[in-house]
Write a protein that binds this ligand. Structure first.
Ligand SMILES: [Fe+2]
Length: 208
C-alpha cells in the first residue's frame, strides 16, 4: 500500500439545537466520533508499518485486521447518524420514499414503529433503514456493536445510534425509549430522501 487516506472529522455534519437532545449530549457523542476517526487512522498506519516489516503472520497484525470493521463502521455510522439529524430543518417525509415505505409496511407509522422497536433490541448497536439498490427492498435491521449484521451492498437510508453513550447524558441508562422518541423528532427527512434517491439512481450513497 503506497498511499493511505487520512480521515478527518466532517464538521458540517454536527447538529445543534435539537429538540430533546441537548448540545452537551451531542458534544459528548461527537467526541466519541472523533475517537473513531483517530483509531481508523492509527489502524491504517500500523497495518502499513507491520506489512513493511513483514510482520503479517503475527498476532498483532491479525488483530489489527480484525479491528477494521469495528473502527471503520464506528466512524462511518456516526457520519450517517449525525448527518440524519437536524433542528427544525426538514419537512415531513413525502414523495417516493414515503410511497415505498407504505408499500412495504402498509403505513408510515407501522414502519416507524418497526424502526423504533428494532432500536430497542437488547444490546448495543444501531437501528438502520436499509435499501437493497438492486431490488428496492427496504429493511429495518439491528446492527450489533458497529459491525455485526450489515448486509453487503445494502445502502443505509436512516441510521440511529442506540449505544448508551448516545443518550446517557440526557436520559440515563434506562432512557432508551425516551431517547428514540427524541431522535425521531429530529430526523432530517430531506437527507433520508436524498439517500433514497441516490440509491434508486444506482449511485453510491453520499453520507457527507
Ligand atoms: Fe455513538
Amino acid at each position: 500500500m503506497k498511499e493511505i487516506i487520512v480521515y478527518e472529522p466532517k464538521e458540517k455534519l454536527k447538529p445543534s439545537g435539537l429538540i430533546g437532545l441537548s448540545d452537551a449530549q451531542i458534544d459528548d457523542h461527537w467526541n466519541l466520533y472523533l475517537g473513531y476517526i483517530s483509531q481508523v487512522n492509527r489502524l491504517n498506519d500500523e497495518i502499513v508499518e507491520l506489512v513493511s516489516q513483514k510482520q503479517t503472520s503475527t498476532l498483532v497484525y491479525l488483530d489489527r485486521k480484525r479491528r477494521l470493521g469495528f473502527e471503520y463502521n464506528g466512524m462511518v455510522l456516526h457520519e450517517y447518524y449525525f448527518g440524519n439529524l437536524c433542528s427544525k430543518c426538514s419537512p415531513p417525509l413525502r414523495g417516493s420514499l414515503l410511497q415505498e415505505i407504505e408499500k412495504h409496511w402498509g403505513s408510515f407509522q407501522d414502519w416507524l414503529d418497526d424502526f423504533a422497536n428494532t432500536g430497542k433490541t437488547r444490546g448495543i448497536g444501531w437501528s438502520i433503514l436499509y435499501m437493497d439498490p438492486v431490488t428496492g427492498q427496504l429493511l429495518n435491521a439491528f446492527i450489533q456493536e458497529h459491525e455485526n449484521g450489515h448486509i453487503a451492498g445494502f445502502i443505509p437510508m436512516l441510521v440511529m445510534d442506540v449505544w448508551e453513550h448516545a443518550y446517557m447524558i440526557d436520559f440515563k441508562a434506562m432512557g432508551r425509549t425516551d431517547y428514540i422518541n427524541a431522535f425521531i423528532a429530529n430526523i432530517n427527512w430531506k437527507t433520508v430522501e436524498d439517500r433514497y434517491d441516490q440509491g434508486t439512481e444506482r449511485k453510491l450513497c453520499i453520507r457527507f
